[in-house]
Design a protein around this ligand. Structure first.
Ligand SMILES: [Zn+2]
Length: 335
């Protein structure tokens, strides 16, 4: 055995300082035992982001629903099922958000650790559902203060699954909760600069009721809380009349919902001589592209609040809370 071989072999058992020396000698890192990561599968991108924030280096997270995916309509694929059954921990939203996966999730919960994180919120903080009397509006991520409570549920689910890492999970969570606090302060501040008569948010579906309640905006959605039902022509002409009467000048499209109905609104108002523009694209039920700032929860809500404030006449920093938003996210050009 050569000297190098001897050194390589002894490296396996040595301390961190010597590990660095070994790396210099070309010992492959996988030879050193790495702690196995906790495999987490989340349904929405927002829950996946929370799990990454809380779990940090200790977890490997996969979110089933990527950018632009509508959770109300999403059904698990064969690849999803394989990932779900292999996961150490499955996190889903609940509150009937993943309506098409509901049954599957309940079945999965018989054999695996499956937690519906938003179901655990105190019911007095939730808003009612417009169609189902005994159900709640699931879009709680639209208010960072409410979302913070979901992040705490994610933390507790991770601690229950992996008690050894409790300290790390708590530290990570506290850091993220501070970021959410900052986001909440920013949103309140810039949205309060929107003139009172302009505080009307017209969107494709009713995802923004928690947003409206938190920041004092009236919310008019063409479709209901779920995207499952088609909007009736009556609803559209009713909204066109509101736009014209109240001189509402901007409406918003959503990344996960077709913009056909929003265009019908603009055309309807135009026919009555009232000009309405698309104030921007909002992330309603899915975050932005992976690997971008808008593809994180902070970036998603920063983008939404900044876009809404600017389009409705508020005083808003060009690139958002941290100067990290992509430039040119006005969608006036797509008309
Ligand atoms: Zn929705």
């Amino acid at each position: 055995m050569s000297m190098i071989d001897l050194i390589k072999r002894s490296c396996l058992a040595l301390t961190a300082a010597i590990v660095m020396l070994c790396a210099g000698l070309g010992v492959h890192q996988t030879a050193l035992a790495e702690p196995e990561k906790i495999k987490i599968v989340a349904t929405t991108g927002m829950i996946g982001d929370a799990a990454r924030q809380v779990g940090g280096e200790l977890v490997e997270v996969r979110a089933l629903m990527g950018p632009g995916v509508d959770p109300h309509a999403y059904r698990q694929t064969r690849t999803d099922i394989a990932a779900l059954t292999r996961a150490d921990l499955v996190l889903w939203h609940g509150l009937y958000l993943e309506a098409q996966m509901e049954e599957f999730m309940h079945d999965l919960a018989r054999n695996q650790t499956v937690v519906a994180v938003a179901e655990k919120l105190p019911k007095n903080l939730l808003r009612g559902h417009d169609i189902y009397e005994n159900k709640y509006d699931p879009h709680v991520w639209m208010n960072p203060n409410l979302w913070a409570k979901v992040v705490i549920e994610v933390r507790d689910a991770l601690i229950a699954a992996h008690p050894d890492a409790e300290t790390a999970f708590k530290e990570n969570t506290d850091r993220h909760l501070q970021e959410l606090d900052g986001l909440s302060i920013y949103a309140t501040q810039i949205l309060s600069t929107v003139p009172a008569e302009g505080r009307v948010l017209v969107t494709a579906h009713d995802a923004f009721n928690y947003f409206g309640a938190a920041y004092g905006f009236e919310v008019l959605g063409i479709q209901g809380i779920s995207t499952e039902s088609e909007a009736g022509l009556n609803r559209i002409s009713e909204l066109v009349d509101s736009l014209v009467e109240r001189r509402i000048s901007a409406v918003f499209v959503e990344s996960s919902v077709s913009d056909r109905n929003i265009r019908a609104l603009i055309e309807g108002a135009d026919a009555q001589g009232h000009k309405v523009v698309i104030g921007g694209e909002l992330f309603s039920d899915a975050m932005g592209e992976d690997g971008t700032y808008e593809g994180t929860y902070l970036g998603m809500i920063d983008h939404n609040t900044t876009t809404i404030s600017r389009a409705l006449g508020g005083d808003t920093p060009e690139r958002g809370m941290l100067g990290k938003l992509a430039a040119n996210h006005s969608r006036n050009d797509i008309q």
